[in-house]
Design a protein around this ligand. Structure first.
Ligand code: BJ8
Length: 427
């Protein structure tokens, strides 16, 4: 990882106020974990070399790019949720960055400021901040939170005492009056960014940003479309990584690289080539988001001899499935379209959330899966609760489903592997 890279970034990390020894210790954990999970795979698409490079520079080159962007007058905006419209950030000269939230960092310190029984994702982002080990959050001009689950809502209050934070009020239902609230929150977000950046939202810039972000999502759609084939041309782990990286990489470069991988995958499909033999048990994973470097469930499934072919996750289809219509002429038209696109995401924080069940069952059919794994982080009530509803729907459709609750520690890997192996055998 970065501490082994040829360029020494110590000065940059020091200037950002990081605790450099603690930061290097985090990178030393992520590096071998990545190597063990990713570089050990055989028959990876050649294009994945780009992601190996991105991962090797995760806290190095990309941070330097962001700092250069700021030095040139741009802004960096941190987010934790797929409801925050990145098109608006880009149209106002910003780079949107999904912040680190996928590893156990400084949990003892975190438990001083929030309950122990908080989900690992929230504890992780607070740990990265409290431990001063995340160069991304330290590079941001603003973090944008949202009123999704209770844990996040309250965590942003704490974060707001340490870092500039703006919270968008996300309704919990999707009635016309909820849409009106969300529309006004989009306006408030625009105002906040205009104030921060000293720029005004212009139609041309917003139209261009919508196209760029749509292109990124279209590239991910192509990559994922190829996963419908049997044999599947890319591992679930690699496909998951592509979406995880989509949250923080440079948008046009990422789009180009993912399209190159999609070309390769389409050629593989045409040749009948895959990363696992035809007939390998195909799994759809759904539930709480999996932030980098959380590849635990995918790794367990694929080591156990199955293959993950689809993710109904915020680090999956919920991120790339829907596009913002590109035919808006005025800023108003486009903000209306953005309001609808984002309110269309089916997060378990909403009630009712039947759209998510429909998506899961549709995807199970489209990707011809043999089984579904419902993954919930411990203490993530929205997804824990919906596990029941998803299981009922899967049972009704005759699709086997395994429910997993876990966190970021590796202590339960043995036990989970045994359960996943038994599940795959039963399929
Ligand atoms: S749109 S899933 S990214 S809120 S895992 S913090 S829900 S207790 S992250 Fe999420 Fe946006 Fe919804 Fe997606 Fe709370 Fe659950 Fe923790 Fe979660």
């Amino acid at each position: 990882m970065s501490d082994q890279a040829t360029v020494d970034y110590t000065e940059m990390w020091t200037d950002l106020g990081l605790n450099v020894p603690a930061h290097c210790a985090v990178l030393k954990l992520i590096g071998p974990a990545y190597e063990a999970a990713y570089l050990s795979q055989s028959d990876r698409p050649e294009g994945m070399a780009y992601f190996d490079f991105v991962m090797s520079e995760i806290h190095g080159l990309r941070i330097k790019e962001l700092l250069d962007h700021k030095a040139a007058g741009g802004s960096v905006i941190g987010t934790f949720c797929v409801y925050v419209p990145e098109e608006i950030i880009r149209a106002l000269g910003g780079q949107g960055i999904g912040l680190c939230a996928g590893a156990e960092v400084a949990f003892p310190e975190v438990e001083q400021v929030m309950p122990r029984n908080t989900c690992a994702l929230i504890k992780s982002f607070m740990g990265f901040k409290l431990g001063r080990v995340c160069p991304y959050i330290e590079s941001t001009d603003l973090v944008v939170g949202e009123t999704t689950c209770d844990g996040k809502k309250k965590a942003y209050e704490v974060l707001g005492t340490m870092h500039p934070t703006h919270v968008m009020e996300l309704p919990q239902m999707k009635r016309p009056e909820d849409r009106a609230l969300w529309r006004s929150e989009i306006d408030r977000f625009v105002e906040k960014l205009e104030e921060l950046t000293g720029r005004q939202l212009e139609a041309d810039a917003l139209r261009a940003a919508i196209r760029e972000v749509n292109d990124k999502r279209r590239a991910l759609q192509r990559l994922n479309e190829a996963r419908k084939a049997d044999p599947v041309p890319i591992s679930g782990k690699d496909a998951l990584l592509a979406v995880q990286v989509a949250f923080y990489d440079d948008v046009p470069r990422f789009t180009q690289m993912v399209n190159a991988i999609a070309d390769e995958l389409e050629a593989r499909v045409a040749d009948g080539a895959g990363v696992a033999p035809a007939g390998t048990k195909r799994i759809l994973v759904t539930g709480s988001p999996m932030a980098i470097p959380n590849w635990k469930v995918h790794d367990i499934v694929e080591r156990a001899g199955g293959v993950v072919v689809a993710e109904e996750l915020c680090t999956g289809s919920r991120y790339y499935d829907a596009l913002v219509p590109e035919d808006g002429e005025t800023v108003e038209d486009m903000l209306e379209a953005i309001t609808d696109k984002y309110l269309g995401v089916n997060c378990a924080c909403f009630t009712p959330n039947t759209g998510r069940i429909d998506d899961i069952m549709r995807m199970a059919e489209e990707y011809e899966v043999d089984g579904i794994i419902h993954y919930a982080l411990q203490f993530c009530s929205p997804y824990q609760f919906e596990g029941y509803t998803v299981e009922k729907a899967a049972r009704a459709a005759g699709t086997p489903l395994l429910r997993i609750e876990t966190d970021y520690s590796m202590e339960d890997v043995g036990q989970l592997s045994t359960r996943v192996e038994a599940f795959l055998e039963m399929l």
